[in-house]
Structure formats: C-alpha cells, structure tokens
Design a protein around this ligand. Sequence first.
Ligand code: UN1
Length: 500
Amino acid sequence: MTIAAHVTSIFERIGAPVGFDSEGDIVCRTPIDGSELGRLQADSATSVGEKVGRAHAAFEQWRTVPAPTRGAFVRELGNLLREHKDDLGALVTIEAGKILSEGQGEVQEMIDICDLAVGLSRQLHGLTIASERPGHRMMEQWHPLGVVGVISAFNFPVAVWSWNAALAFVCGDSVVWKPSEKTVLTALACRAIADEAARRAGAPEGLLQVVVGAREVGEALVDDPRVPLVSATGSTRMGKEVAPRVAARLGRSLLELGGNNAAIIAPTADLDLAVRGIVFSAVGTAGQRCTSLRRVIVHESVKDELLQRLVAAYETLPIGSPLDSGTLVGPLIDGSAAAGFEKALDQVRSDGGTVLTGGTRAEAVEGGHYVHPAIVDMPEQTEIVRTETFAPLLYVLTYRDLDEAIALHNAVDQGLSSAIFTMDVREAELFVSATGSDCGIANVNIGTSGAEIGGAFGGEKDTGGGRESGSDAWRNYMRRTTNTINYSTELPLAQGVDFG
Ligand code: UN1
C-alpha cells in the first residue's frame, strides 16, 4: 500500500473524508519519502473570521453548560482517541515522521490530558477570602473565557493541541486551531473525532474550528478581538511576532517556544541511566522536540567514559522509515531542516569543535531527509551552541565544579527543560533550587524530554513564560471574578473610608 492509500484508509476508519482538493494550494507531504499525499484549500482572512464567529456562537451556548457536563464531552473525546489510537498514531508518523511508538505516545498524551480534564471539570475552584468588613464575604469564581486560538507546531501536531483544547473545553471555551501547514491532516482527523464526540455528548456544534494556511491565516486569528487568548507553540521568532500583536489589542498570549535544553553529568552519575536518558532525549523524534537535549555538560572525571559509551550507542542507532518497527531515528521534517543541521555543523568546525560521531546524511528512504545524529565536543559555549538547531545535534561541554556547570547551563537565552544526573543529594537539590537551573522543567536522573501531562509544561526567558497541560494551567483558559457579598444591613467601606 502506498503512504497516500494508507492515509485514505485511516480517514475511512475515522469516519470522515479527508477533503482533498487537487486545486488546493496547501500541499500535504510525508517526510518519510517526501511524496505528496494530496492538496487542500487554504483558509482566507474572511473564512478565518467566519470560523471565529462560529466558535464564538458555540462558546455562548457552551458557557451555560455545567462544567461536569462539559467534562462528559471530553470523556467522549478521550474514549474516541482510545479507539483510534493506532490510526491517529500512524497518521502522526506519516505526517511528522516520528517513529510508530512515539506517534502512539503522542496520542496517549492526548488521552491522558482528556482524563485529567474530565476530573478537573469537577474541580474548577476558586478561593474564599476573609473580608475585613463585618457581614461580608469575599470569593473568587472562575468563568469561561471565550474563543481560544491555538497555534501548533509540526513536531507535536496533536498532543500540544490537546493540552490546550481539552482544558479549554472543560473550562467552557471554544477553540480555533491553526495547525502547522506541515501537519494539517492530523488536525483534520482530530476535528472529525472531536465533532463525533460532540454529537455523542450533545455538545454544541462548532466548538472546534480548524483554520489552515500560511502567515495571513495566523495573523487573522491573532488579530481577532473575539479571541481573548492565543496559545502559540513554535519558534521564539514566531512567539516574538505573535505576542506584540496580541498585546496590541490587550489580548493574552500563552507561549511555548524554543528550548536549548542541557543535562549536567556529575562525577557520581549512574552512567547507565545517563547514557539511556541522553540518547532518548537527544535522538528521540530525530532531535525535533522543543524538549530535545541539545547540550551535555559533563564533569571532566567522567567525560571519557561517558563519551565512549554515547558514541557506541549512537553508532548502532537504527535509522530508517519510521513506519518500520525497528527504527529509532526517522527523517527530519524537510530539506531545510537537514540544511540547518549541516550549516550548524560547519559552524561547529569553524568554532574549533570536534565531531565525535554522525553529522552526515543517512541513506534511508529515497526522497526523505535522514541524518546520522551527531555528537560534537566543544571547547566552549559559542554562539552556535547557544542557538536552537532543530535536529539531532548534541554539544558536549566540560566542567570542573558545579557552580561553573550551572552558570554554563543558564547562559543561554532559552529556559525550557533541564536535567542533572547525580547520586549526590546536595548537587541534586541545588540544581532544582532557586539558584540552580533557571528552566521551567528541572529533572534529576531523567532526561530533558518526555514530560508527563500532570505537571505544568513550559519555560522561562525566550521560551515565552507560558505553562500548559497539568497543575493549575487550566486557569489560563478562564477569567477570574472577585465577588464581595454584603449580607449585613450596614454599608461599611473598605480601608475605613468615611463617606458621610
Ligand atoms: C514539544 O516538543 O513541543 O516533554 C512538546 C515532551 C513531550 C512534549 C514535547 N511530552 O517531550
């Protein structure tokens, strides 16, 4: 079966036509062999406006539905995702190029956030606060916010959408989703699944709208005053364009941008764990996660042994079609990603770095852009090391004392994820303390990628400051009201003001 035929049969099982249009200007491709899967019609600024209007009408109904009943819709969504896990996972593999297990893992991440959201639908709570006035009570309520704009990236085409959408739905919001132009098909499959869940749960039509296209489509969404929250995942450059536009109309943005994640390998590190953690984080999804490990900061006493073991592990990595079950490294998303990898390696060489393994093109599947993941030993943290290259390129830096390692660790613009491998409790605690890692995620004895959905996900500095997924991230999708209720017959004023 060709990959295109595989896609058609997946959509048949999901129960929705893909809606290909041979005249369309969006070309859907698979990075596996670069082949065209079909074309789709892009949205225009006008159709984006219409879809925002439909989402807004759905919101006005949805906000009147009790939150636990809204949870029933998300439960249906989670159940349908369970049913279609293999197919949707395979579609992620076909469109984003990640291996089957990671494609399915992404769908599992969606199922998990749906479960979390269903529970939350009975726990959307505010505080009761002591009033300074007799016969008064103060409380907070959290109300639905409105239409949430979600802009997602190619590398997590569905999970990141679901972190936003599952929470937004139980919070009483509707969603207008602009997926990456490289992964439109998975978005259309999710919309079909969400529409079916809404039918089964009796939720209003139009709660999820998908808009597809390039820059002007994103701009129409970002600029629309009916969208109080724009949640955007992608490059720091994209975030720096989106945030001021949203701010110009005093909207809110929730940003999850680039990372330049590092792991410190201390003298007492369990090297078996460290090697496995490093390889998964640096090479998983072919180094195309925002949480991918990009820098190893290793103590000089364990450097030789660590590098020997890492290089040996890298040299046996199975590279190939992500549809083959034995593959661990699939393709990069496109030719420009591969060119970016090669360009970074040229810079590494002129900065005095030594390529220990990889760094060349891999002959895997004709038409795809496959590379041998690279490890490079760097004499210092030059500009290229401080730059996020979205490919499997791992820099090695060496340290003598932990303060120096933490300083190197934090001396980059991004602040998403981080790790330390150590058996020394003082080092571990220092790393996760206020003077340790400056990232939103700081791990001990596990790698930088593969976070669970229960924690808040996101980071500081150029990563954009947003927190999505678990913990109290749901509050982003609601508006807070403070209510003071006077149940006395007097009207005392706060701060003791006397007004006659
Ligand atoms: C991303 O790369 O945008 O922690 C998200 C992880 C995944 C999510 C990554 N759960 O690696």
